[in-house]
Ligand binder design. Structure first.
Ligand code: PMP
Ligand code: GLU
Length: 396
């Protein structure tokens, strides 16, 4: 059968975050002594009021197909909440509910690009971005950043990149996975103004919008520059903010004609998002703010504890995360002593020798780095740090 596989499908690799997460769970289930800081997902239970809304939906028989772009009640609630948050009016027809924010990004790329169109993807990028761009037949153009700019894209870098080709879309993510960096108001304004000038569309992935720490503020490009609404898709959802990763509900906000096309695509590709999960997500949007803030507060404490100990480990460096739940650390100074040539080998060695599973930076576009997710309970974070410290001291 292998000979029938398309070139397009053969070019796609599995998600390293999801596959390593499964590996950590499988090893633990088999009784192995493994600590996993793999996938970024809240370790809290979905709050009770949200679970109850899902159970109620089942009991009330809300188990049939819904409109392709989602139930009207949820589209209205999201439109209302984000019109207020962004200070820009979104009508309910400008909201498309999908099967997770990942699916919302895919739909946006599908609706915005034709085969061969260029999409700018900034390092460090979430592992799925380049693969999704390739899946829709477009071409990822990577904008490289480094420690000099705090792993952020400057407007100068963007201008240079635009000069090199004809990009149609910028895929932008703040707060960022995998480094937790948060762009400032001024940085976003500069980037947004250039997009307006050059007529480049924006997919703004704001899935970590409510997860910022130590007074750092999230700024949405559309809020800062309302004129951007007409050329932007804002991506968000309930997975991270309300501990609902497995329910699979994401939101895309976009001007009506684009939203209509995304809904039309979804009608044929998936039918509609899960009905029960949509009712639960409605409860999250309407009444989940207190639980969301409680969990954010816990993540903030975990970040402090993890960051303090990580900073004390010699030979590594990292940008201070302002949001999301990741530390992306440059461990390349340890590669020669460890006898490894890149992040995948480094992580494999760490797993084999200390039973600690973290994500290599290569698939995020930075092979010098590794990603720790810090949303776990303190006990697990402590064990992970003990193991990492011991590994580093073995090779120092
Ligand atoms: N964007 C980023 C940057 C993410 O880290 C994730 C995490 N999976 C997503 C989108 C997708 O979220 P969801 O689980 O809602 O599909
Ligand atoms: N976004 C999370 C991560 O990067 C979840 C896994 C995934 O969907 O990639 O770990």
């Amino acid at each position: 059968m292998a000979r029938f596989i398309s070139r397009r499908a053969a070019g796609i690799e599995p998600s390293v975050t999801l596959s390593l997460n499964t590996r950590a769970n499988t090893l633990k289930e088999a009784g192995e002594d493994v600590v996993g800081l793999a996938a970024g997902e809240p370790d809290f239970e979905t709050p009770d009021i949200i679970k109850e809304a899902g159970i109620k939906a089942i009991r009330e028989g809300k188990t049939r197909y819904t409109p392709a772009a989602g139930i009207r009640q949820l589209r209205e609630a999201v439109a209302e909440e984000y019109s207020a948050l962004l200070g820009v009016d979104y009508g309910w027809k400008e909201v498309v509910i999908s099967h997770g924010a990942k699916h919302s990004i895919f739909n946006s790329l599908y609706a915005l690009t034709d085969p061969g169109d260029e999409v700018l993807v900034v390092t460090p990028y979430w592992v799925s971005y380049p693969e999704m761009v390739k899946l829709v037949g477009a071409v990822p153009r990577i904008v490289e950043t480094g420690a000099e700019t705090g792993y952020k894209m400057t407007v100068g870098m963007l201008r240079e990149e635009i000069g090199r080709g004809r990009p149609k879309v910028l895929l932008f993510n703040s707060p960022n996975n995998p480094a937790g960096i948060v762009y400032t108001r001024e940085e976003i304004e500069a980037v947004g103004n250039l997009l307006l000038e050059e007529g480049i569309a924006l997919i703004s992935d704001e899935i970590y919008e409510f997860l910022t720490f130590d007074g750092v503020e999230h700024h949405s490009p559309v809020k800062l520059l309302p004129a951007l609404k007409d050329q932007s898709v804002v991506i968000t959802g309930v997975s991270k903010s309300y501990a609902m990763t497995g329910w699979r509900v994401g939101f895309a906000l976009a001007e009506e004609q684009l939203a209509y096309r995304m809904g039309a695509y979804q009608a044929h590709a998936t039918g509609c998002p899960n009905a029960i999960s949509q009712w639960a997500a409605l409860e999250a949007v309407r009444s989940g703010a207190a639980d969301r803030e409680r969990m954010r507060g816990e993540f903030e404490k975990r970040k402090k504890m993890f960051g303090e100990r990580l900073a004390a480990i010699p030979g590594i460096s990292f940008p201070e995360p302002g949001g999301a739940f990741y530390f992306l650390a440059d461990v390349s100074s340890l590669y020669p002593a460890c006898g490894v040539s890149g992040s995948a080998e480094f992580c494999e060695k760490l797993l084999q020798e200390k039973g600690l599973l973290v994500i290599p930076g290569g698939p995020f576009g930075l092979d010098k780095m590794i990603r720790f997710s810090f949303e776990w309970a303190e006990e697990q974070l402590t064990m992970a740090l003990d193991r990492f410290e011991s590994f580093v001291s073995d090779y120092s």
